[in-house]
Design a protein around this ligand. Sequence first.
Ligand SMILES: *Cc1c(COP(=O)(O)O)cnc(C)c1O
Length: 331
Amino acid sequence: MSVMEISHRGPEFAQILQASQTRLRQLLAVPPEFHILYMQGGGLALNAAVPLNLSQGKGVDVVVSGSWSHKSLLEAGRYANAQAAADSRQGGAPGWPAPATWKCRADSAYVHFCANETIDGVEAPQWPDLRALGLPSCAVVDASSNILSRAIDWSRLGVVFAGAQKNTGPAGLTLVFVRDDLLGRALPTCPSVWNWASLAQQRSMVNTPPTYAIYIAGLMFEWIAQEGGVAEMERRALERSQRLYACIDASEGFYGNRVEPQARSRMNIPFHLKDPALTDTFVSQAHEAGLLQLKGHQSVGGLRASLYNAMPMSGVLALIDHMNAFARRYG
Ligand SMILES: *Cc1c(COP(=O)(O)O)cnc(C)c1O
């Protein structure tokens, strides 16, 4: 029988789930005071599950650094008194709002920020320490698109969540890391399957978990460990992204990336052509060369290279070759 057929309550699956969480805890050096919860619903479900579990009728401050955090703000507003603590989309280049400029309320339940804006290509250079900034509330981080690509300083955090389908495994699994003292704060309206205290108590099995996605994610965790762990994933992410940005910057404007240099993402690199009319030609010629999924997100257009942990350096080099050849042909 395969993992898809066995009972999620049986010892075989219990072992799969347990081993995957042990490996994940080791990879990210997750301290014992943090629970690792396996949920469903993806990153967007967490935009609701976080305020339902944590807001307690208080204010919620959201740092808007791009499309995903803007969605988080709107969704939190359905359950809590949510406001933007900063908004880098107000004019200028896409970027990461400097933490010193965040306007957070002294009595807010938490401050939400997005570690990597997948669509806009904006990545937080460092995760801020709220206490050092004189902010009392805890940090909630959406790390859906860069989890396991850099080390995490847990001493600064309350909650980290990540849909699995970008850097971890198949869609269907959502990773949630919650500090122990934040459990038990759920609103009475919080759906039972989303209640973090119940999930922690019942080892992420309030109902049937996404067993196959958990199994595959566990294999990914093993692979990361064998390749050298998160430090090696980070080294590769830096190498891949730096090479691609260097190609864009050396193109004399044929290609461009608008993101503030210090906030350029290592994972998702949006870029555009000086002549946008060539975008479709670029995409179709890239496709012929075996370079897929390069169309930018529909909301921003242009092009985007997503360089997740699974992308080998050879893929980036092939893209760079293609970009250089295309620029010579049409530049
Ligand atoms: C993809 C993504 C989401 C939404 O993920 P779903 O699993 O599709 O709900 C949320 N936040 C970030 C940063 C993402 O990249």
